[in-house]
Design a protein around this ligand. Sequence first.
Ligand code: PLP
Length: 357
Amino acid sequence: MRAIKAIVNLAALRHNLAVVRKLAPDTKVLAIVKADAYGHGLLRAASGLEDADGFGVLRLSEALALREAGYSQVLLLLEGVFSIDELHAVAEHGISIVVHNEQQLAMLETRAGELARPVSVFLKMNSGMNRLGFKPGSYQSACRRLQDCPAVADIILMTHFATADDDQGIAEQLAVFNATTAELNNPVSLANSAAILRFPEAYRDWVRPGIMLYGASPVAGSSAASFGLTPAMRFTSEVIAVQTLEAGESLGYGARFTASQTTRIAVVACGYADGYPRHAPNGTPIAIDGQPTQTLGRVSMDMLFADITYLPNAKVGSAVELWGETVSVDAVAEAAGTVGYELLCAVAPRVPFKVIG
Ligand SMILES: *Cc1c(COP(=O)(O)O)cnc(C)c1O
């Protein structure tokens, strides 16, 4: 069998959750486990994050899987419900919902009499990101309508920051949110990972960490390690062949690398069909037997190439880390022109998982 594996470290998840707790000790933590827990596996990751006060997911099926597995915490559907059937199900199973548009609000009002129980609502404000939520001018009236709606148990006020990770920061959106909610006494949820790491003024009642729980950085130019985070995933494989190129010989599809001197190449059992980014250029970091080196040539469907010219002991069977502890997922992402989020989420279904810690 191919040696490729994604190894999820539950101790790292617990550690990263503890980092959030230490930064925001008086705040409840809604651990974001959407996208199959950023590629780590929903139930797998939840078992490392079981001390969280709640979990944020996208799909009803994910919330139901967590309930079924015995998680009694708050479970929040981050885009709310998409149909009346889903509204009935969340009421029955005690699942909280984001309400971000008029259609969802009206559905609660018209279906109130049919629901098994009142539902907890996170009312989302569009404070400047212009993705989901009520604009400030209509937010208070939406809140009043929810207060008057018998289908609603309680209301948490929420917004999401567009630029918590960069120089622009959160000041403008936070000012809009604070001004609009000044007269409301409900609990508040604002901060994603970048805001948790950079803006304590955004902690309030519930924080919503995602990427930092998995030990990757939300902030370009700042490593996860610099925030005290530990990678929760190691993506590993093995060398399955070794080639020696003489000067002038080329490597792989498109001959994207041509040797200028004798070059030893490891062929690694991992390709874009495993979730490795095809756009990773020559020079993307990778580790062989724990030694940092670089990829060469174009990534193919099932294989990629690593430079082992200066690793004379590397051979067929040598261990490869695509990302994890020696090579951060953020470093691979930066080389490939993307973010760690995308790489973690893209680990393919054909890759077997192993849990440690
Ligand atoms: C995904 C998401 C988060 C988590 O974001 P990170 O950058 O991964 O911390 C928080 N809140 C909402 C609404 C989200 O959709």
